[in-house]
Design a protein around this ligand. Structure first.
Ligand SMILES: [Zn+2]
Length: 69
């Protein structure tokens, strides 16, 4: 895989500024695929599935969810 990287070899960490290090690591975060925000309660849920928190799907309350708290 091609990766645009200015550093071609090991560089002493003091030679890399905080900004440059953080810019490089800005792409390192793991991403969770297929997750969307529930339009009803705002919880992060899997796309195209009924929200497990409020039972909402496509703007309708499909499943009755018991209120735990
Ligand atoms: Zn929801």
């Amino acid at each position: 895989m091609m990766k645009l990287n200015i550093q071609m070899f090991a560089v002493p960490f003091r030679k890399v500024s905080k900004t440059r290090k953080r810019m490089r690591r800005s792409h390192n975060a793991m991403e969770v695929p297929g997750m969307v925000k529930c339009p009803n309660c705002g919880e992060m849920i899997k796309a195209h599935r009924v929200c497990p928190k409020c039972g909402n799907y496509k703007g309708k309350n499909v499943v009755q969810v018991e209120e735990a708290e």
